[in-house]
Design a protein around this ligand. Sequence first.
Ligand SMILES: *[C@@H]1O[C@H](CO)[C@@H](O)[C@H](O)[C@H]1NC(C)=O
Ligand SMILES: *[C@@H]1O[C@H](CO)[C@@H](O)[C@H](O)[C@H]1NC(C)=O
Ligand SMILES: *[C@@H]1O[C@H](CO)[C@@H](O)[C@H](O)[C@H]1NC(C)=O
Ligand SMILES: *[C@@H]1O[C@H](CO)[C@@H](O)[C@H](O)[C@H]1NC(C)=O
Length: 293
Amino acid sequence: MSMVISSGLPAPCSLLMATLMLLIVQAQSFTRHYNFNVQMANVTRLCATKSIVTVNGEYPGPALVAREGDRVVVRVTNHVAHNMTLHWHGVRQLRNGWADGTAYVTQCPIQTGQSYVYNFTVTGQRGTLWWHAHISWLRATVHGAIVILPKHGVPYPFAAPHMEVPVILGEWWRADTEAVITRALHTGGPSDVSDAYTINGLPGPLYNDCCAKDTFKLKVEPGKTYMLRLINAALNDELFFSIANHTLTVVEVDAVYVKPFTVKTLIILPPMCSSPPSRCIQRPTSTCRPLST
Ligand SMILES: *[C@@H]1O[C@H](CO)[C@@H](O)[C@H](O)[C@H]1NC(C)=O
Ligand SMILES: *[C@@H]1O[C@H](CO)[C@@H](O)[C@H](O)[C@H]1NC(C)=O
Ligand SMILES: *[C@@H]1O[C@H](CO)[C@@H](O)[C@H](O)[C@H]1NC(C)=O
Ligand SMILES: *[C@@H]1O[C@H](CO)[C@@H](O)[C@H](O)[C@H]1NC(C)=O
């Protein structure tokens, strides 16, 4: 989902110019190549260092950026002890079904030491989606943004933002998340709750003193418009998002532009809906996202 926040006047936008550009610029599409190495990394949060599964040692993982119409080729190599897959959440995968990355649905998990090449085109979508591990609870730390820009030369249907920033909401566990889900499955009860909520992997100052430095900060200039590409990567929790003394204008949901509307607070649902709330759409992967927030 993308939204723009602004504390000033939007930049003027000429419809005539936009139309001319559309006529002149030939849409070009490219193949975007990514190497995703699934590897362990030591990460310190809440005053303790933990070994977590990551892509390329990054937490959250690298953003995958493409334009509408591009082909994306991601070579995933698994260097960890877990068998796993990566899922491109919300990408329609028209005629690329086997690139969906849902373990035991479209493919067998990528085993330790093996590689798999995901090869798909991004068709008729533009906006913010995300990718994540699609097996057990590995997505707790194995996830990142998918940014789909409009075709080359095609402007946004709203004033161009000054800056675009992925904002990934997530959770941090002191414990090993694979142990947490294994225990929950054995007992049949609910899983333990996480120890912290995070923004772009950082818990912020709410938890204890050593977290103050682990705060996501975005320097903004008054009067400029910022597009936040908001993702809920939490495992089970609906999360609310608001910026003190600002309003948010939602411009896109699930890689579809929406008629912009302004809110003070948003709710974003987590990817898995065990009992789908009424505002979810069921996807073939049995994951769902809010229709409108
Ligand atoms: C993480 O830290 C442990 C203990 O210091 C070390 O043995 C291990 O090699 C480290 N792992 C990585 C991926 O750096
Ligand atoms: C990974 O998959 C292989 C083949 O199915 C299996 O033998 C192995 O036990 C799996 N590894 C783990 C850690 O589950
Ligand atoms: C990706 O798929 C296209 C279309 O099938 C094919 O031409 C291309 O060679 C594939 N690329 C890789 C790296 O597998
Ligand atoms: C929001 O505005 C109120 C009233 O002007 C002010 O008291 C408060 O400190 C502001 N909050 C933040 C986080 O800036």
